[in-house]
Ligand binder design. Structure first.
Ligand code: MG
Ligand code: MG
Length: 250
């Protein structure tokens, strides 16, 4: 496939797509509380994306039936929003959002606490966010993707967290998933980053072991040991001056 580097013009459109994703995240943050269903969050997300003249990227992607992925507690990624999933105090909920604007994709995920959460869940959220930003430090021209992965791995190890192995970041642009794939741990990846690359960085860290599996719905990824998992993701543009976050939260 090869890596598609973007022109300034294309990056500007991606920034607009990213802004729409950030708008949806702001609404999620305001809305997530005890008693809300993840189905309501899905409807709200779709409404905001449509109002901003964009399309929900995930809806219909390989048959995915919703606008957002809503992954509760031990669910890692790709959870289905549901009228039966009523948020309760102490839950954590990972919301992954994609919006396509003028043919370009913005992709960002965040894990939110519901009410008051346990100390270990607080640590998991803090550590996974820290891993994301530690990885982003190396998203600059002529740095190496291996250093992004290494920084994420080091933060996970510092907090003694499991690292999801089967899923990771990815190039993003006209397609949601472009080259390169981004592991969240060292793999001796020789890839040198170049300005114009746009890549989604997305650590998924677990309070327990690394292992995950897919539920019978064919989508929802859960931890093998049923311990909680967190997911933080930004779409990022590689520049000579460092990372330009295209999905920056509002
Ligand atoms: Mg995503
Ligand atoms: Mg992604």
């Amino acid at each position: 496939m090869g890596i598609h580097k973007k022109s300034k013009f294309e990056v500007n459109i991606m920034k607009q797509a990213g802004n729409i994703v950030a708008l949806v995240h702001a609404a999620m943050k305001d809305t997530i509380k005890e008693g809300v269903t993840t189905f309501e969050l899905d409807e709200l997300a779709r409404k905001i994306i449509k109002e901003n003249k964009a399309e929900p990227t995930f809806l219909g992607y390989h048959g995915f039936p919703f606008t957002i992925c809503a992954s509760l507690n031990e669910q890692v990624v790709h959870g289905f929003p549901s009228k039966e999933t009523v948020l309760k105090n102490g839950d954590i909920i990972s919301i992954d959002i994609g919006a396509t604007y003028k043919g370009f994709v913005g992709d960002s995920a965040w894990t939110y606490p519901v009410g008051e959460i346990s100390e270990e869940k607080k640590m998991l959220l803090k550590a996974t966010e820290e891993a994301l930003f530690a990885g982003l430090e190396h998203m600059k021209h002529h740095d190496r993707l291996e250093n992004v992965a290494g920084n994420i791995e080091d933060v996970a190890k510092k907090y003694n967290l499991g690292i999801v192995r089967q899923y990771g970041g990815h190039g993003v642009g006209r397609e949601m998933h472009e080259d390169p794939f981004v592991f969240n741990y060292r793999t001796n990846n020789p890839l040198v980053l170049e300005k114009g690359m746009t890549i989604a960085i997305e650590p998924m860290l677990n309070l327990g072991c690394d292992d995950v599996y897919v539920l019978d719905d064919g989508w929802t990824v859960v931890t093998q040991d049923k311990k909680p998992s967190a997911h933080f993701e930004h779409t990022v543009h590689v520049t000579e001056d460092g990372p330009e976050i295209l999905t920056k939260l509002l």
